[in-house]
Design a protein around this ligand. Structure first.
Ligand SMILES: Nc1ncnc2c1ncn2[C@@H]1O[C@H](COP(=O)(O)OP(=O)(O)OP(=O)(O)O)[C@@H](O)[C@H]1O
Ligand SMILES: [Mg+2]
Length: 255
């Protein structure tokens, strides 16, 4: 059984940071498990937080395949599926502890429906081969609404303490419920949270109707690591963010 965790929320709230920290948690506490990180942000940067090279993206594979089809090099039906399947599998960047797949740019306008449908199935099948899939999204719901993955066990709506961030999390959580994807659990993760929350923040959180799954402190070590371009996997075990993500993962997500 695969456990799928997706992170969404307003821009710059800490989705990529928390995705990398969840991966750090999984690789230290579930050594031996297979983990697939999906970078569903077209301006791919999850690889930096993971310390991996930037992989060739699914978007690039789609563009290349469309170019090949129009030149008649790749056929239709089975041939297409086999081609895409092997290209996607080859594009997976295999790290020591985590594999990484980048989605790249979403499809443009036009009749690429059958190709996108195939790619969705291929990415889903690929995910089913792993114990854990962690999907970092761009700001907004683009990839979730394009159903980059079919089932999400835990949808983490990441926000800072701002009213706009919390409101965006609420709106996106509502949108997620209307989509064809199956989201089993949705909750808020309050990032860069002070020890004592301002009353207005508490009130805004209550208004979302979402459970508050975690409060992650602002951690100067994250700033330092990001400044140096060091992967967050290298953060010490006693770093406040590492501890807070541990509480989220073990206490709420039960992983
Ligand atoms: N808990 C934290 N403590 C300190 N700095 C943090 C923390 N969380 C995130 N940051 C910093 O905030 C910035 C934005 O974080 P991040 O890139 O993870 O956000 P994002 O939601 O993925 O952004 P985008 O929407 O652009 O993808 C980064 O510079 C990161 O170092
Ligand atoms: Mg990001």
């Amino acid at each position: 059984m695969t456990t799928t965790i997706a992170l969404a929320g307003k821009g710059g709230t800490g989705k990529t940071t928390l995705a990398a920290l969840l991966m750090r948690y999984l690789t230290t506490h579930h050594r031996g498990s297979s983990i697939l990180a999906i970078d569903a942000d077209p301006s791919s940067n999850l690889h930096l937080a993971l310390g991996l090279p930037n992989p060739r993206s699914v978007g690039e594979i789609r563009e290349e395949m469309l170019a090949l089809s129009s030149s008649g090099t790749v056929g239709v039906g089975i041939a297409r599926r086999d081609y895409l399947n092997s290209e996607v599998r080859m594009a997976v960047e295999e790290g020591d502890t985590v594999d990484l797949l980048a989605m790249g740019r979403p499809e443009g306008q036009g009749c690429y429906c059958s190709v996108n449908h195939l790619l969705r199935q291929i990415v889903d099948d690929l995910g089913h081969g792993y114990d854990y899939v962690v999907m970092d999204n761009e700001a907004g719901m683009e990839h979730l609404s394009r159903r980059t993955t079919e089932n999400v066990d835990w949808l983490l709506m990441v926000t800072d303490t701002s009213q706009r961030g919390i409101q965006a999390a609420k709106t996106m959580a509502e949108l997620a419920r209307t989509l064809a994807i199956r989201v089993r659990n949705v909750g808020l993760v309050l990032n860069r949270a002070p020890a004592i929350l301002p009353e207005a923040t508490v009130a805004a959180i209550a208004q979302t109707g979402l459970p508050l799954w975690a409060q992650i402190p602002d951690d100067p070590l994250v700033t330092e690591f990001d400044g140096l371009g060091r992967p967050l996997a290298g953060l010490p075990a006693d770093a406040p963010v590492v501890r807070a993500v541990e509480r989220l993962a073990a206490g709420v997500l039960k992983i």
